[in-house]
Design a protein around this ligand. Structure first.
Ligand SMILES: Nc1nc2c(c(=O)[nH]1)N[C@H]1C(S)=C(S)[C@@H](COP(=O)(O)OP(=O)(O)OC[C@H]3O[C@@H](n4cnc5c(=O)[nH]c(N)nc54)[C@H](O)[C@@H]3O)O[C@H]1N2
Ligand SMILES: Nc1nc2c(c(=O)[nH]1)N[C@H]1C(S)=C(S)[C@@H](COP(=O)(O)OP(=O)(O)OC[C@H]3O[C@@H](n4cnc5c(=O)[nH]c(N)nc54)[C@H](O)[C@@H]3O)O[C@H]1N2
Ligand code: SF4
Ligand SMILES: [Mo]
Length: 694
């Protein structure tokens, strides 16, 4: 009889977290089901989680290390692969210093603990992630405002939910699963949706605020304007727990609703109605999404909106925006040994003296890395390892990213598949999927849980990323544990459980206490909510939030708008893809086989564009093509396009990275970035469209 077993584990085909029961037969996963006992997902799974076996056993997946040779890719052993990388890194360190090595990852994938520990012990401050414009930028902005990240407390029973630039049922981002939003909404909460596009949630909303893309900071200021003018704020809270209130009141006066209407395109009466509804319905939870961070106003928006939560009494309130208490395991930050990086090396962080908030959370902006590769300024980046990221497709100004990564002397890439970025590598390391790893899942999140992801199978010679950084670290002379499981024991130690015990328990939850500030204030320098940020002031930035016009818009660049009259909203997500991933997965590609650009019917008519035809989208930086879909749920002045497109089926080098990749159009110029965080304005720029008859 064949051996059949069921393993309870945790998905990570997106930011992860859903509970899975995997059926394993003869060391193969043959079935994936939702785990009804999961506190995160309650038995639900999405298409990406359900199709993981089509990733894990895909014929194009790479199951062993490889090196690039004059005659193409050649299979090698782990010993040779790690030895080659270590030799190269040692040479770079001897000649240029460890700062000339870049260590990179993409979005949050549960291995940042091991990646950062590797980089810190290597001595390089140049860790390149997506954090400058996604999630970490939110964490950093709230860290200096209210001490930590507020998270919508869906289980606490909000009476009003504000979905602010987020589409949780399709994206299930970070701490959230769309299922939790839906449950709370079904229990009868009111709903405000701030979104340029009429999607599923906008249709259900009590109020839909159809915002001009990129102007959320101005809307947040407009909400403050109403709440202050009508004295709808919690006076006791403001008197005791807000730093800089008078200065803030003065700043908000600069944003009367007429002005906010002009900036955001939202009717001022609607803004007033929404602000009143938010301030008077208790508890109310704001769930914000990544479009509010991918702008030059990332820090302005996030700080202003966290303060909205605070002054309405919703911060750290049940059913509002909670500051969740994580279980007492070691944090990613503790594990990462940031202190191992000497102050001298920290000072060398690329852009560290320019983006001081970014540096505070150990991040660099990608353009800084591309510049160092292309120009050698302020010093050259000579070698790198990129794990779980495809910057040629996912970073702004893709042409520059491609040129930079083509120029770097030595590149190792860790992935499941050959991607347009991996095409540029010298060494390819085969990573293990979540079916093939042991880890403390969700330990970077702030929702109060950690979850046991346990290995179901081993496939080929693939290693989980944690092990790759451990073994490469040992080759570089670093001290690590013998096994991944030993490192997990270390992470779990303060919680008093071992990895083996944790697997049995399946998850740990922190003990939640609301309104902790009543006892100990907020974890900021003044112990108050710092709408006036003492740290921003110290670093030389404006200590108060404001709105700065979108760097490339009809308002800021009227001369560019003459040729490129539309506002491109670049980065629309669809349920089956995760950024640049999954285009090769049959079940998922079948759902959406081509990249889609949404155009208002009136706009399409003006250009003679029919539903279903290829369309050129062009910006001052380049031209790509996507497939037209007409949508009257967007403003006729706005074009909505998908990101992440390349074509795994095109087998030549590059895999069609420049055909439909919207990041050929986006900009990364320094003047378009958030001045404190270095967030890239990835979402919004100017474009034109034309029918494509090729
Ligand atoms: N224009 C535009 N661009 C965007 C966005 C946008 O909205 N608009 N969104 C941005 C955002 S928010 C983010 S976070 C970034 C994401 O940017 P990235 O993280 O770079 O993008 P992905 O395509 O998710 O990841 C790339 C690779 O990771 C591999 N991979 C998946 N899981 C693992 C794993 O466990 N280990 C390893 N080693 N590899 C793995 C996949 O096969 C894939 O090839 O993209 C950004 N790009
Ligand atoms: N299926 C899938 N899931 C994903 C991802 C994926 O690629 N695919 N990516 C993951 C990652 S790394 C992230 S960061 C999250 C992001 O997840 P979300 O934060 O949900 O981001 P989006 O889906 O890009 O955008 C959310 C909503 O904001 C609207 N929007 C666009 N521009 C603006 C704007 O300027 N202002 C406002 N207010 N709204 C705007 C969009 O129309 C959309 O309805 O998703 C994660 N989950
Ligand atoms: S939402 Fe994310 S964690 Fe849940 S099943 Fe889908 S991909 Fe997996
Ligand atoms: Mo992201």
């Amino acid at each position: 009889m064949d051996a059949v077993k069921q393993v309870r584990t945790v998905c990570r085909s997106c930011h992860g977290g859903c509970g899975v029961i995997a059926t394993v037969k003869d060391n193969m996963v043959v079935k994936i089901e939702g785990d009804p006992e999961s506190p995160i997902s309650h038995g639900t799974l999405c298409s990406k989680g359900l199709s993981i076996t089509q990733v894990a056993y895909h014929p194009d997946r790479i199951y062993h290390p490889m090196k690039k040779t004059a005659s193409g890719w050649q299979r090698i052993t782990w010993d040779e692969a790690l030895g080659t990388i270590a030799d190269k890194f040692k040479k770079v360190i001897a000649e240029y210093g460890p700062e000339s090595i870049v260590v990179g990852q993409g979005t949050g994938r549960d291995y940042e603990s091991h990646l950062y520990r590797f980089a810190n012990n290597l001595g390089t401050p140049n860790v390149l992630t997506a954090g400058h414009m996604c999630y970490v930028s939110r964490v950093a902005s709230t860290l200096i405002t209210c001490g930590t990240l507020p998270v919508a407390d869906y289980d606490g029973g909000p009476k009003l939910i504000v979905l602010w630039g987020v589409n949780p049922q399709w994206t299930n981002p970070d701490e959230y699963k769309g299922e939790r939003f839906w449950e709370a909404f079904q229990r009868g909460s009111k709903l405000i949706v701030v979104d340029p596009r009429r999607g599923f949630t906008a249709e259900k909303a009590d109020l839909w605020l159809q915002i001009r893309p990129g102007t959320d900071a101005a809307l947040s200021l407009g909400f403050h304007h109403v709440i202050i003018e009508e004295e709808l704020y919690d006076k006791e809270f403001v008197a005791n727990h807000v730093h800089g209130w008078d200065a803030w009141k003065d700043r908000v006066k600069e944003y009367p609703l007429e002005k906010v209407q002009e900036i955001t395109w939202i009717d001022k009466n609607l803004i007033r109605k929404a602000a009143r509804m938010y301030a008077t319905t208790k508890p109310a939870a704001i769930h914000w999404g990544v479009p509010t961070e991918q702008t030059n106003n990332c820090v302005n928006y996030t700080r202003a909106t966290a303060t909205l939560m605070a002054i309405t009494g919703n911060l750290d309130a049940k059913g509002g925006n909670a500051l969740f208490v994580n279980p007492p395991t070691r944090t990613v930050s503790e594990f990462s040994q940031h202190k191992a990086l000497s102050p001298e090396q920290q000072k060398k962080r690329l852009g560290g003296d320019q983006f001081k908030l970014g540096a505070r959370v150990a991040l660099i902006n990608p353009k800084k890395a591309w510049d160092a590769m292309l120009t050698g300024e302020p010093y050259p980046l000579k070698a790198g390892i990129l794990c779980g990221t495809n910057p040629v497709v996912t970073r702004a100004n893709a042409k520059e990213a491609y040129a930079a990564l083509s120029k770097i002397d030595f590149l190792a890439v860790v992935d499941f598949f050959m991607t347009p970025t991996a095409d540029l590598a010298d060494i390819f390391l085969p990573s293990a999927t979540w079916l093939e790893q042991n880890h403390i899942a969700d330990n970077w999140k702030r929702h109060g849980y950690v979850l046991a992801r346990q290995k179901c199978v081993e496939i080929g010679e693939c290693w989980q990323d944690h092990k790759i950084f451990m073994e490469l670290g040992k080759r570089m002379g670093q001290t690590w544990w013998d096994t991944v499981e030993d490192s997990l024991n270390y992470l779990l130690e303060p919680a008093g459980v071992t990895w083996e015990q944790f697997k049995e328990k399946r998850y740990l939850r922190g003990e939640m206490v609301y309104q902790k500030y009543k006892e100990r204030g907020f974890s900021t320098p003044t112990k108050k909510v710092e709408i006036y940020s003492t740290l921003m002031e110290k670093w030389g930035y404006d200590p108060l939030p404001k709105y700065v016009e979108v760097p490339e818009s009809p308002v800021s660049k009227p001369e560019v708008a003459e040729k490129f009259p539309y506002i491109l909203d670049a980065g629309f997500r669809t349920p089956t893809y995760f950024h640049s991933a999954n285009r090769q997965v049959p079940l998922l590609r079948e759902v959406r086989d081509k990249p889609i650009v949404e155009i208002h019917p009136e706009t399409a008519k003006k250009h003679g564009i029919q539903e279903g035809q290829w369309v050129y989208i062009e910006s001052p930086r380049g031209r790509v093509k996507q497939f037209a879909k007409l949508n009257d749920g967007i403003d006729p002045r706005v074009i909505v396009a998908e990101h992440g497109w390349w074509y795994p089926e095109m087998k030549q080098e590059g895999h069609g990275w420049d055909v439909s990749n919207i990041n050929l159009l986006t900009d990364n110029a320094y003047e378009t970035l958030d001045p404190a965080m270095g967030s890239t304005n990835l979402r919004v720029c100017l474009c034109n469209i034309a029918p494509c008859n090729d």
